[in-house]
Ligand binder design. Structure first.
Ligand code: NDP
Length: 328
């Protein structure tokens, strides 16, 4: 029976085990497209899955990895032929369906997005779910009418994956970007991505006032909790904040004041079940609106055998920008 290299999570008496092993091809799940996986990445959610710190994995054994880029090897789906270059983000990959940290994946054709012409598979995974989520957030702010002339946009968790891509995208689109980080040593990095100002995250972690001084017209928040509450209370009249993450906590200790007294909008961003039309548009925009030099500057690379060792770092906020994983 043919096997391939994969990271496999098994359920154990206490928690779970994770190791790089030889996975039997007959264990692949149902799907109508077989993909040779070439590149993946490490997202916050992958860190949670591999360490078992949150119940991300819903099926065992599981090959984790929520993002892949690769080449179609075989397909009974009408849209996909062998040789097609594809990407896949979310849809339960690495959670309920065997995921990206293996040399082969069998998936549903309706989940796949064609790799944009201007992007390599490696670049697509340097963007990954984090970067595609940042793009969804920017698009949500635009749909809400936000324009550069309205005022600055704050990005929280700025030195992380979502944050780094959000800073680079907003700067390319001519927004003035205020980057909030807990890592002051990353100020030069954030300025090189296009931030005009770098603030310490401690400015956004105190007890939030219902309404504070208006500082920005919009925000992209990957932190949640007190940080998001403070961002909302400091948002200008008519502004909007896109909420993408929970790196600082799942709660939101805010009041209705920003919404009913300043007309502020809170825009929810979900990448996992995002409709296909919006995904395709987000990847098209990433192809056109993300500076490749900045993407390269925020990206480091590891191999499949390094993933388990690195996974915990992202939960501790120790990863700068994005990590790509060379699968084969
Ligand atoms: P990263 O770990 O790369 O970035 C998160 C950043 O948040 C860190 O780098 C750090 O930035 C900051 N941070 C970490 N811990 C804290 C804390 N306790 N308090 C305040 N700030 C903190 O993760 P990603 O960018 O991949 O993901 C960010 C968040 O977005 C995660 O919660 C993730 O689950 C979520 N997410 C949601 C998606 C969706 O579909 N809605 C899709 C993708 C991600 P700094 O050091 O600069 O302060």
């Amino acid at each position: 029976m043919a096997t391939f290299k994969a990271i496999v999570i098994e359920k154990a008496d206490k928690g779970q085990t994770v190791r790089l092993s030889d996975f039997d091809e007959s264990g692949l799940m149902d799907g109508d497209v077989n993909v040779a996986v070439e590149w993946s990445t490490i997202n916050y959610k992958d860190g949670l899955a591999i360490t078992g710190k949150a119940p991300v994995v819903r099926r065992f054994p599981m090959i984790p990895g929520i993002d892949l880029a690769g080449t179609v090897e075989g397909s009974s789906h009408p849209d996909w032929q062998p040789g097609d270059k594809v990407i896949l983000n979310g849809y339960g990959l690495g959670e309920t369906h065997l995921g990206a940290y293996g040399e082969h994946a069998r998936v549903k054709g309706q989940w796949l997005v064609r790799l944009p012409q201007g992007l390599s598979g490696r670049e697509a995974m340097a963007i990954g779910t984090a970067g595609y989520t940042a793009m969804l957030a920017v698009m949500a702010l635009e749909r809400n009418g936000l324009k550069p002339a309205d005022g600055p946009v704050v990005v929280t968790g700025a030195a992380g994956g979502v944050g780094s891509v959000a800073v680079a995208l907003l700067a390319k689109l001519r927004f003035t970007v205020i980057a909030s980080t807990g890592r002051r040593q990353e100020a030069d990095y954030l300025k090189s991505l296009g931030a005009s100002e770098v603030i310490d995250r401690s400015e956004l972690t105190g007890p939030p006032r219902p309404l504070a001084k208006e500082r920005w017209a919009g925000g992209i928040d990957s932190v949640g909790s007190l940080t998001l509450a403070n961002v909302l209370s400091m948002t200008k009249y008519g502004g909007a904040v896109a909420a993408c993450g929970l790196a600082g906590g799942m709660d939101l200790p805010t009041s209705v004041a920003p919404f009913i007294l300043r007309g502020v909008s809170l825009l929810g961003i979900d990448s996992v079940q995002c409709p296909q039309s919006l995904r395709i548009e987000a990847w098209r925009r990433l192809d056109s609106d993300l500076d490749r030099g900045k993407l390269a500057a925020m990206t480091s690379q590891i191999g499949l055998s390094d993933v388990i060792g690195v996974a915990g770092n992202i939960l501790e906020g120790r990863v700068r920008g994005r990590i790509v994983v060379k699968i084969r």
